[in-house]
Design a protein around this ligand. Structure first.
Ligand code: B4P
Length: 182
């Protein structure tokens, strides 16, 4: 199976849910920038204090801040990995490319999980995290369309994108993803 993966998709598509399952099964390093940022917030680090306000408004944390988090973890790691929720902007994708070139670890595949806006909103309202307020969710979906969706084209040009339907039960989606990565 492919070993160096990026999960793309709108907020609530199930990136985190599916990433946890796949990493456990395949022994991949799971790097979720959302989880890493929430851990910084919880520990009240200077980085966390800066990120908390931005995340609760549904905005994107600055590229440089997110990059510093990812770089630290990928630079001295040699096994397979899954980047969940990163990159989220073209500048993040470009910086990632530079880093991956330096460490000779190219991306093997990008998994794009797609789901309708109404279902995304329903799922996130049911999750109820501090940034899962309806107005904030709508703003996050809008930002996804503006800032993150252009990455689909970017990675399509490199022939890396596997598009997966994000509806249905969790196991069915997991099978679709695994099948696409063989
Ligand atoms: P993330 O933590 O990445 O979270 P997300 O996009 O909201 O959710 P995800 O798609 O992972 O959905 P999940 O599996 O949880 O981002 C949060 C914030 O962090 C961003 O808004 C931003 O501020 C910041 N951030 C993170 N990365 C950044 C970056 N690179 N640059 C800048 N800022 C960044 O699933 C959602 C819900 O659906 C869950 O409750 C789950 O149980 C449920 N669910 C999953 N699959 C389901 C299914 N098949 N059926 C029914 N329910 C399902």
């Amino acid at each position: 199976m492919k070993q160096r993966l990026v999960f793309l998709g709108p907020p609530g598509a199930g990136k985190g849910t599916q990433a946890i399952l796949l990493c456990k099964k395949q022994g991949l390093l799971h790097l979720s920038t959302g989880d890493l940022l929430r851990a910084e917030v919880k520990a009240s680090t200077p980085l966390g204090l800066e990120a908390a306000e931005i995340m609760n408004k549904g905005e994107l944390v600055s590229d440089s801040l997110v990059l510093s988090i990812v770089e630290k973890r990928l630079s001295d790691f040699n096994g397979g990995w899954l980047l969940d929720g990163f990159p989220r902007t073209l500048p993040q994708a470009e910086s990632l490319e530079i880093l991956l070139k330096q460490i000779h670890q190219p991306i093997d595949a990008v998994v794009l999980i797609e789901l309708k806006d109404e279902v995304l909103i329903k799922r996130l309202l049911a999750r109820g995290r501090s940034d899962d307020d309806e107005a904030v969710i709508r703003h996050r979906i809008q930002l996804y369309k503006e800032k993150t969706a252009p990455l689909v084209d970017h990675y399509n040009k490199q022939g890396l994108v596997n598009t997966i339907r994000g509806d249905g039960d969790i196991e069915a989606i997991a099978s679709r993803i695994e099948e696409s990565l063989k």
